[in-house]
Write a protein that binds this ligand. Structure first.
Ligand SMILES: CC(C)(COP(=O)(O)OP(=O)(O)OC[C@H]1O[C@@H](n2cnc3c(N)ncnc32)[C@H](O)[C@@H]1OP(=O)(O)O)[C@@H](O)C(=O)NCCC(=O)NCCS
Length: 169
């Protein structure tokens, strides 16, 4: 199976924050952003695998900045590492200043998707070859994140999380 680059799965979704998507103090609901990120990540995983994909885990989400009503929000998603049937998707969330057009990084998130066939059975995906320095860093760290996620889900034992354990040695 051919190898792909993170740019092959690049997905950029830009949309406004509307009144129905905000909390009582006028900022975007976390759940609304999670849903937008899930859609962007799903398109990215589909572009990498060209398969049906399902979310298996939300590994990390950081809501670092409030996103006010009326903001223009951009979710940028790319596959950061592909394993056998699963793919880690790394997302950066940007908000755009109305007057200057300058973008500020507001949030980030990491989701894992699995490619499946029509029966929902996991199927193999292409390998990923990172190109830029940032893509290479995210690729390396993805193995530790996968081990942590599998450990927390009770799917592997601490002895099997060797890369993760190495961080504490
Ligand atoms: C995703 C799903 C098909 C996986 O099936 P499964 O029988 O658990 O399959 P496996 O154990 O072989 O896992 C498949 C892959 O997912 C990975 N995986 C499973 N749980 C994971 C977790 N918590 N974190 C990270 N990766 C995980 C496995 O490591 C494996 O990856 P690999 O093939 O690249 O090594 C199945 O759990 C499912 O259908 N879940 C529901 C998905 C869904 O509906 N999502 C939307 C929720 S509303």
């Amino acid at each position: 199976m051919n190898s792909k680059t993170p740019n092959d799965s690049l997905t950029i979704v830009t949309d406004l924050v509307l009144p129905s998507e905000t909390n009582p103090i006028g900022n975007m609901f976390g759940g609304e952003l999670l849903a937008r990120m899930d859609r962007a990540a799903s398109i990215s995983a589909r572009r990498h695998s060209r398969r049906i994909v399902v979310t298996v885990s939300v590994n990390h989400v950081a809501f670092n900045k409030m996103i006010p009503l009326g903001s223009v929000v951009t979710v940028e998603a790319k596959v950061s590492r592909a394993f056998k049937t699963s793919m880690e998707i790394y997302m950066d969330v940007w908000i755009e200043d109305r007057e200057s057009g300058l973008r500020t990084r507001a949030n980030e998130a990491i989701y894992t998707f699995v490619a499946v066939d029509e029966m929902g059975t996991p199927v193999a995906v292409p390998r990923l070859t990172p190109e830029t320095k940032l893509e290479k860093e995210r690729f390396e760290a993805a193995l530790r994140r996968r081990q942590l996620s599998l450990l927390l889900a009770g799917k592997i034992k601490p002895d099997e999380a060797s890369e993760l354990r190495a961080l504490f040695n």
